[in-house]
Design a protein around this ligand. Structure first.
Ligand SMILES: Nc1ncnc2c1ncn2[C@@H]1O[C@H](COP(=O)(O)OP(=O)(O)OP(=O)(O)O)[C@@H](O)[C@H]1O
Length: 887
């Protein structure tokens, strides 16, 4: 089915402040020039895309689009005559050879771009005194890119589609450049938000009812059409409901994969997932037009099959970018990426964002890393080989959708040709991922061989100018080449022959586009020109001639060249089609190559950074001996990072028996220590080690024994959410509420300074009750870093709580940070000391100390907390103490 294409340009200038003639709807069409007429005709088919219209060597844009493009790309806006009675209209142009660069910039800003190119030789049109034919050749939207230059090699470019029905939702997503295509369905809209935040799609399709059909919302743009659960940091294409209906969507999927039923895809029981997937396919049909998009078979997944890591936790743990400036440098991905291929780079990113829950899957990765750690030679050779493999996933995609050039196919063939070597290399391997590469389908080897034997080693960029296909591969091509060569030889001989015949040693045979081949004679020798020369052109110093024979040869040479080029092009197209037909197989192998790449990189890290294989167990235990933070460690000189141990969540047998120490290791640790002593670092390092273990990596520790964790929550640092206008404290409370509502005994909760953004006693009270609830009701494994050292008292009343502190050494004029985590609670926060070190005036420091003494002396709550906990059984305790400890 086909509905109006959707892609958009939200006008960035309000309509009432538009310069004259910027709104083509106000103009009399009859009075427009022929070219402008065509422009508007095309524009009306794609109202939501910025239209780039080829005019000679430029792509030009008119009316409102010209204004938008000039603003967004900081280009000079000019004007163009649009008809005698209309006058000039706004225009912005970009050189045709730079159109990709400009289009990419517009796509990054969330616009869709329609490219309307000249589809015939302009000279023919000029000869026939008519406008050159122009047609839309490509529609580019942020989620449907396949061109190498427009994509980031090490990052997937996802297009997502969402269907919401009450509290239930379906989500499908695809990276059409790699063919990945997945769908899922679940309930709870918060989970949908989190899943979208994990994927970071470049574009999200959302079905709505008229009137905004086809509109594209750019990141940050608000719309009443979007439900709250769809974060407005993405670009949305608003689509018609029709292709998202179950029947349409189902048919669309069946047709795409040439199936009779959805059962084989495992999604027949997921109506919302099916609807989303169908809607996505429909969009591809609209935007990709004649280009087939080779997608892998639709796969279904369940979000609860993976460790749940919400957006806040992912951000706080700085998995793919830093909190401070959003860059890759300084993130976990940055520290761990030793992959040799772009496919591996993308896979590592995906793995880090989707740690596993399944012990078998985790062990398979650990086993492979172990084998690669132990076998240095194998690892080294593997990496050498991997470096020679290009981006098979994307090259195959381009072959399949008909955009690959000859260089792409050569790169693909060279990479496929490495696969047999790869399988020989891993043939001795025992671990699952090595085994998966031991048999490479022979047909791929044959395909590589075929491409290599057909295509020259370094083919040109353009496909229609010949020079692509080797001789000896196609009889017709060879005989055409023989004829063409004979003609070329004749031409080459002609100069010598005519010089002899005429006695003019300066006679030349030349060629130009307007007159074709000619013989030129300088003016001084003109009288020696033979009679059979026909005068064709007179220049200042020379005269140009033709002969009937030369013209005849010229016709042959030129048509032979065209025929040759055309034939080469056709042979190339056949070859490309053949690659496209094998895309599924190539991509299966690519996935295995990408996985091996990730695992060899992780093995490298394990060897050079001293990581250990974690023992994964089916319990709640977290035992990390001498653990380190993978990123902070890298930023310090070798040996400077102080390793620390963490033990949580191991309940001893018989813990219910009176008199038996119930917990060998606590569920909740209250972590205190001065500013900058290393609390946050310790907290994050535990989260990252758990995450890395479940990703299947080795971990930065001397040893580790870890139970599978269902979710990792973090609340680290406090930032205002300016986008939603929420205060620091509200953000903190929202995040805390989320944790308390979702954490389970199998979760790992990392809390940093809960309750800091409000009045001290409010904050302390909240911190206290949150810690108490986590330890007694939820019993998740928790580290609670705090400056409220009053919380240390919890350990004396709740058995599964323990106190740890990050130690410092106090000298008369300074504090030395030891960064060592040890049992026991800090009774001092050193805040005033930190202020002194930062240079607060002495008088302010003295006054602060005085005030603190007074507060401690007179604060009923502080006193109550201390006294109350220690003397719980005393009947005459203060009311404040009861307030705190009563249910
Ligand atoms: N184990 C460690 N070994 C070496 N250096 C460390 C260690 N832990 C932390 N650091 C260094 O100390 C700095 C401060 O650490 P961190 O931010 O964790 O302190 P903090 O106690 O959370 O401070 P605040 O209470 O002010 O938030 C880090 O940037 C790091 O450079």
């Amino acid at each position: 089915m086909s509905v109006p294409p959707s892609a958009s340009s939200a006008p960035s200038v309000p309509e009432n402040s538009l310069p004259p003639n910027a709104d083509y709807r106000q103009l009399d069409r009859e009075k427009l020039s022929e070219m402008m007429h065509r422009y508007i005709e095309v524009k009306e088919q794609y109202p939501h895309a910025l239209l780039l219209f080829r005019v000679g060597d430029f792509f030009e844009c008119f009316f409102q689009d010209a204004i938008t493009i000039a603003q967004e790309l900081e280009l000079v806006q000019t004007a163009k005559h649009a008809g005698k009675e209309i006058g000039r209209v706004p225009m912005t142009g970009v050189p045709h050879h730079a159109v990709e660069r400009y289009a990419t910039m517009l796509l990054e800003k969330g616009y869709a771009v329609a490219i309307c190119d000249q589809v015939e030789d302009a000279e023919i049109a000029a000869r026939e005194k008519r406008q050159v034919r122009r047609e839309i050749t490509r529609i580019l939207t942020p989620g449907t890119l396949t061109d190498d230059g427009m994509l980031k090699g090490r990052k997937n470019n996802y297009l997502a589609a969402v269907v919401i029905a009450g509290d239930h939702w379906g989500l499908a997503y695809s990276d059409i450049s790699t063919g990945e295509f997945l769908t899922t369905q679940s309930q709870n809209l918060e989970q949908l938000t989190q899943e979208l935040m994990r994927l970071q799609p470049s574009e999200v399709l959302f079905p709505i009812n008229a009137p905004d059909l086809g509109k594209m919302l750019r990141p940050g743009e608000k719309s009443s059409q979007l439900p709250d659960c769809l974060p407005n940091c993405f670009c949305y294409s608003l689509r018609s409901q029709f292709p998202f209906s179950l029947t349409e969507a189902r048919n669309q999927i069946l047709e795409q994969f040439q199936l009779r039923s959805l059962e084989g895809l495992g999604c027949d029981h997921l109506p919302l997932g099916v609807r989303a997937a169908g809607g996505l396919l429909d969009y591809l049909e609209d935007t990709q037009r004649n280009n087939q998009v080779p997608l892998q078979r639709l796969r279904t997944y369940t979000i609860t099959d993976y460790l749940i890591l919400d957006y806040q936790s992912r951000r706080n743990l700085e998995i793919t970018q830093t909190v401070r400036d959003g860059t890759l440098h300084g993130s976990l991905l940055w520290a761990l990426d030793k992959t040799s291929t772009a496919m591996g780079g993308r896979a590592l990113r995906r793995w880090l964002l989707q740690p596993l829950l399944d012990l078998r899957g985790i062990r398979a990765r650990h086993d492979t890393i172990q084998e690669l750690v132990e076998n240095h030679e194998l690892r080294f050779q593997l990496q050498q080989l991997l470096r020679q493999i290009y981006d098979l996933e994307r090259l195959t995609g381009r072959a399949g959708n008909g955009t690959a050039n000859a260089r792409d196919l050569v790169a693909l063939a060279d990479s496929l040709a490495k696969l047999p070597e790869l399988s020989v290399l891993v043939s001795q391997g025992h671990s699952p991922y090595l085994k998966s590469l031991q048999t490479v389908p022979p047909i791929l080897e044959e395909l590589a061989h075929k491409i290599q034997s057909y295509l020259v080693d370094s083919p040109p960029q353009h496909l229609k100018e010949g020079g692509i296909i080797r001789s000896g591969m196609d009889e017709q091509l060879d005989s055409l080449r023989v004829l063409a060569e004979a003609d070329q030889q004749w031409l080459a001989n002609l100069e010598v022959q005519e010089r002899e015949r005429t006695g003019i040693s300066t006679l030349k045979v030349g060629f130009n586009k307007a007159f074709g081949y000619y013989i030129s004679i300088t003016r001084s020798k003109l009288d020696q020109a033979p009679n059979d020369y026909i005068r064709k052109q007179t220049l200042t110093n020379e005269e140009r001639f033709i002969t009937p024979e030369l013209k005849e040869r010229e016709a042959r040479i030129l048509t032979a060249k065209d025929d040759l080029n055309q034939l080469e092009y056709e042979i190339f197209l056949r070859l490309r089609l053949e690659v496209g037909e094998h895309s599924e197989l190539i991509r299966d192998v690519s996935r295995a190559v990408a996985a091996i790449d990730v695992l060899s990189g992780l093995a490298d890290i394990a060897v050079y950074q001293g990581y250990c294989r974690p023992e994964m167990v089916n319990s709640r235990e977290v035992k990390i001996i001498e653990g380190r933070h993978p990123v902070v460690e890298k930023s310090l000189p070798p040996g400077f990072f102080v390793p620390n141990t963490a033990q949580l969540g191991s309940q001893e047998e018989g813990s219910e028996t009176p008199g038996v120490k119930p917990y060998s290791h606590p569920d909740l640790i209250i972590l205190t220590g001065p500013n900058a002593s290393g609390k946050s670092c310790y907290l994050r390092q535990i989260g990252l080690i758990q995450l890395l273990a479940q990703v299947g990596s080795f971990v930065p520790a001397k040893s580790a024994k870890l139970g599978i964790c269902d979710r990792i929550f973090t609340r680290v640092g406090a930032v205002d959410d300016l986008a939603t206008g929420q205060s620091t404290f509200m953000v903190e409370m929202n995040e805390t509420a989320n944790i308390l509502n979702h954490a389970t005994p199998k979760s790992l909760v990392l809390l940093d300074e809960i309750g800091r953004g409000t009045a001290t006693f409010d904050g302390l009270s909240i911190a206290w009750s949150v810690a108490e609830y986590l330890a007694t009701e939820i019993r998740s494994r928790t580290i609670f870093a705090t400056h409220y050292h009053e919380l240390n008292e919890l350990a004396s009343i709740i058995p599964n709580v323990a106190n740890y502190q990050v130690t410092v050494k106090e000298l008369p004029d300074k504090i030395i940070f030891l960064h060592q985590v040890q049992p026991g609670g800090a009774d001092k926060s050193y805040g005033i000391e930190a202020g002194r070190l930062a240079g607060l005036p002495d008088v302010v420091i003295q006054r602060a100390k005085q005030v603190m003494r007074q507060i401690e002396k007179h604060s009923k709550i502080a006193m109550g907390l201390r006294k109350g906990i220690k003397k719980q059984d005393k009947k005459d305790d203060s009311v404040e103490q009861l307030d705190i400890f009563e249910d």
